[in-house]
Design a protein around this ligand. Structure first.
Ligand SMILES: Cc1cc2nc3c(=O)[nH]c(=O)nc-3n(C[C@H](O)[C@H](O)[C@H](O)COP(=O)(O)O)c2cc1C
Length: 193
């Protein structure tokens, strides 16, 4: 059986981002999936409805939508900025949420999705993840509910080389990927029937 394809998106542009490190850890500790990490978030322009048509979308947006559509599932690592989802991530998700033609399809619709987040504070992105869950209600995405992966005091969980070393977080991450895989398997079985 071919491995499921997961498209992973970090909401931080920071070079040493703990959230991006979590996605690299997901690649390393995967439970059978092929995980591709998106690296072009910086290239996504501010959402503009006038440009949001199949003909006028900026190339970076077109490419992002294509890659999400092709993926079996999404894995999103979000920082928390001012109690919410960082603007760059929210902006990308806005571009992924629309189909004004009603013919091309909605990239996030029913998409199996798992979220997690890291912060050096004590709350580990609880509020940002709740905001993300709210967004995914509108897009009708199929979001993993448990395990919840709130990586609080994130600076204590990686070694000097940026590798995830915290055993509890590794187990949670693997649990999240297993739950995401179950959603993907269900989606594939439904598509076949
Ligand atoms: C503009 C801004 C707002 C922030 N707001 C919050 C916040 O509301 N809650 C929180 O726990 N951390 C907050 N932080 C700290 C982030 O959790 C921290 O910078 C985190 O490491 C960012 O994730 P990264 O390591 O993936 O870049 C904020 C940081 C910035 C730059």
């Amino acid at each position: 059986m071919t491995a499921s394809k997961i498209f992973a998106l970090s909401g931080s542009l920071r070079a040493d981002s703990h959230n991006t490190r979590l996605l690299h850890a997901a690649q390393k500790f995967n439970t059978g999936q092929e995980i591709e990490i998106y690296e072009d978030l910086r290239a996504i322009p501010p959402y503009d409805m006038d440009l949001d048509t199949p003909e006028r979308r900026p190339d970076a947006v077109r490419e992002l939508r294509r890659r999400v559509e092709e993926a079996d599932g999404l894995l999103i690592a979000t920082p928390e900025f001012n109690y919410g989802v960082p603007g760059v991530l929210k902006n990308a998700l806005d571009w992924l949420s629309t189909d004004w033609t009603k013919t091309e399809g909605l990239p996030l619709h029913r998409k199996p999705t798992a979220i997690l987040g890291a912060a050096p504070t004590s709350f580990g992105t609880v509020r940002a993840q709740l905001a993300l869950r709210q967004l995914f209600l509108w897009t009708d995405s199929d979001v993993v509910v448990k395990p919840e992966v709130h990586v609080f005091r994130s600076h204590e969980r990686f070694d000097a080389a940026g590798q995830l070393t915290d055993e509890v977080t590794i187990e949670l991450l693997r649990g999240l990927l297993t739950a995401l895989q179950e959603k993907i398997d269900t989606a594939k079985a439904t598509a076949r029937s």
